[in-house]
Design a protein around this ligand. Structure first.
Ligand code: ZN
Length: 159
């Protein structure tokens, strides 16, 4: 068994009932650290629950599997099935886990939110399906409620 690491997010929501990823196709963009030698790769990795790759032995499939370039150890990581959660207006400005990773020899140390978020507007049937949080905030004017809808001060914690 590996170690479980949660990605907790925090944001200030304005007229947003629910913020979530387009699970299971959302791409978690992560920087990974090998716990064997401590190496953190410069590269960002895309971890997607609906994408699995076979290991060398072919015994299992993982959302991420690779040999560490420094120590040569084969490390793997998976999104824990069913761990995906929405961030709702009740969670605004609080940290909440939106996904858990099962980590074997490797751990996520940085996360960037990028594209693929879904926002459901509070008090409206409106849903925005292609929300980009690359800038750690997002704002739109919703004609239905005649107010702005936004996600601000996006932050996260991996632990
Ligand atoms: Zn290593």
């Amino acid at each position: 068994m590996g170690k479980t690491i949660h990605c907790r997010i925090k944001a200030r929501l304005e007229n947003v009932e629910e913020l979530k990823t387009n699970h299971p196709d959302y791409s978690f963009s992560l920087k990974l650290k090998c716990t064997g030698c401590g190496e953190v790769s410069d590269k960002w990795h895309d971890i997607i629950e609906s994408e699995k790759f076979p290991g060398k032995t072919g015994r299992s499939e993982n959302n991420y599997i690779a040999k560490c370039k420094m120590c040569g150890r084969e490390n793997s990581l998976d999104i824990v099935p069913g761990s995906n959660a929405s961030y709702t207006n009740e969670d605004s400005e609080k940290l909440k886990s939106i996904v858990a990773f099962e980590c074997r020899g490797i751990e996520p140390v940085e996360f960037r939110p990028l594209e693929g978020w879904i926002v459901k507007v509070d008090g409206s049937s409106k849903i925005y399906n292609e929300v980009d949080l690359s800038e750690k905030e997002w704002v739109e004017y919703d004609e239905n409620i005649q107010e702005s809808v936004g996600v601000y001060d996006f932050d996260y914690k991996l632990s």
